[in-house]
Design a binder for this molecule. Sequence first.
Ligand SMILES: Cc1cc2nc3c(=O)[nH]c(=O)nc-3n(C[C@H](O)[C@H](O)[C@H](O)COP(=O)(O)O)c2cc1C
Length: 406
Amino acid sequence: MSGVLGPLIRQAGRDLRTRSGDAAGRRVARAGSVDELREASRRALPKVIYEFVEGGANDERTVRRNVEDLDALALLPRTLVDVSGVDHGTTVLGRRVGLPVLGAPTGLCGLVHHDGEIALARALHGADSVYVLAAMSSYAIEEVAAATPGPLWFQTYLWRDRGVVRALLDRAAAAGAEALVVTVDVPRSAERHRDRRNGFGLPPRLTPRTVLEGVRHPRWTADLLRRPRITAANVAEGPAGGDAVSVAGYVDAQFDPSATWEDLAELRAAWTGPLVVKGILHPLDARRAVQLGADAVVVSNHGGRQLDHAASSISRLPAVVDEVGDALEVYLDGGVRRGSDVVKALALGARACLVGRPIVHGLGAGGEAGAARAMTLFAAEVRTALMLLGAPDVEALGPGHVVAAP
Ligand SMILES: Cc1cc2nc3c(=O)[nH]c(=O)nc-3n(C[C@H](O)[C@H](O)[C@H](O)COP(=O)(O)O)c2cc1C
């Protein structure tokens, strides 16, 4: 009997996956905003995974502030400008991109979808842009580089074991990474109350609640069981070795509260390509980055995932641009959800924005197609905003296009 039932059950599982896959595809194709993708992702994922992506530090004041402070800026259009040939391309570190929206580094995306960072990289390249691969990615840098020919930048932290960081740099260079992004706002891991409440951990813990969540999200669970990607591949294949438990413990112990600008200078000397410093809010820190020989800074508070109550990124952008805007490229991330947000940041002096949650929610909603949908929406919205603002290209944007909303 079981010989008959087995294939039937497997077929039913395949049918269910196909049907829910089709439904996800339709939801993604219909999504008219990043917010709708976020909602689709919320439905598709177990709560513990969705909240790992969406959540932030402590009371999430900074998560909200990033969005609210962008909302508090109004756009001031100029009229009767020829915008018939509008162009939203730009260059970042000398490379031409079709859209001033880059993929922010986000670790452990294999928990969200089994294609993880490979899907994200492909979606960014499909949008003619750059993907920044996190050191904590679920897929190894070599795997991502082999899966997509587009431009990759590689992000790392100043971990305690500098030998490990140097080995990652060598691997990134060998895999063709065009720039190194060093994240400097993580001297320690932060308090994330949603993760604590949900019991988020690596590997995902099996409790009655997580099993129930798994049953309620069969597609995600089937993917996880078929091709689990629950660890940080770059680290697992290196020093920590072994299973997900040892990787999680290893990484947590690697954040280095004693790291200083001198340590960053050593990385600068070790990496021959362009260097981007991510996690700057203070103009004097941006100045230090210039002195050190950095090529760009990202004005960022880690999407509100590190210091809660930190200033929003957009509120600090003008001061950083004033201080160093003529010496290096300034990017912004945190709270960018619409093309109008991108345009506001560019008007205030950013060269490009990075987006984290928007593409990861797209990934949760529908894999590569979902992340690609997020990028398509950004492209369409930036284009529309530029035309309606009377700006034929991104160079035409300036502080005069933005006013504080009353
Ligand atoms: C799920 C997730 C994982 C992240 N992992 C990393 C990481 O490994 N390294 C890093 O520098 N930033 C990481 N970030 C922060 C992003 O690079 C970026 O600063 C932030 O997401 C921008 O805010 P936004 O999500 O509002 O766009 C992560 C963000 C999210 C949402």
